[in-house]
Design a protein around this ligand. Structure first.
Ligand code: GUN
Length: 219
């Protein structure tokens, strides 16, 4: 990771009410209305656009990833832990009002494509080793010549977080949000999902890393 202290700062100010009449704000509202996005527990907004009805045997041997979410998972009608939908796809949006997605992981592999805007991803490769966890960070957006990724994969078991970047580096103006498409294989289940807490973060990246990255942990 190149200079985490510089890169891993929240770089977008949370939108204040005074900007609610702006063009960018209206555009975001239009997108949210048209796509029928709702709040995500990770931060940001989402809608599931596809769930393959074909079932595959679950490739995951473990029980629920998180005890606290186990009950919610149980309540999903028809969910049988022995099976998963073959894939699911969502739209996911970060906005100036909800500019970050907090560290979480799922057992499924996730395939992302940027649709609109810019952001930064931070991935903790806890799936590789619990000690000296590899930390990766990269910008996503349409400026491929500047190294921004249009498409990226996060393997199951890695923790990821993301945050909105302004449309121009160093600017603060008029982000119309970061809209991505994300496909999980096999499909999403709360049963396979958990959040990272401060203690878990410290274990993975140490005291200093946890100080640098703590703002991306869900409160
Ligand atoms: N329901 C709640 N969160 C998610 C998610 O991240 N993906 C999908 N497909 N469904 C969800």
């Amino acid at each position: 990771m190149s200079d985490p202290a510089q890169i891993l700062k929240p770089s977008f100010p949370v939108e204040d009410a005074s900007r609610s009449g702006s063009e960018a704000f209206r555009e975001i509202q239009n997108i949210m209305d048209a796509l029928e996005l709702k709040e995500h527990a990770e931060g940001g907004y989402y809608v599931e656009t596809d769930r393959d009805s074909r079932l595959v045997p679950s490739p995951f041997l473990n029980g629920p990833a998180s005890k606290s979410e186990w009950e919610a998972a149980l309540k999903r009608p028809g969910f049988d832990p022995k099976f998963r939908n073959a894939s699911t796809t969502i739209f996911y949006l970060l906005t100036p009002n909800s500019p970050q997605c907090n560290f979480h992981r799922t057992r499924a592999r996730s395939i992302h494509t940027v649709v609109r805007g810019r952001g930064r991803y931070v991935v903790l490769h806890a799936n590789e080793t619990e000690e000296n966890c590899r930390v990766a960070t990269f910008a996503v957006g349409h400026n491929v010549a500047a190294g921004e990724k249009l498409q990226w994969i996060v393997e199951g078991g890695a923790y990821k977080a993301s945050f909105l970047l302004p449309d121009q580096d160093g600017g603060l103006e008029s982000s119309g949000g970061l809209l991505i498409s994300e496909t999980l294989v096999p499909g999403f289940e709360v049963y396979d999902h958990d959040f990272l807490d401060k203690g878990g973060l410290k274990k993975l990246v140490g005291e200093q890393g946890a100080t640098d990255l703590g703002w991306l942990v869900r409160r």
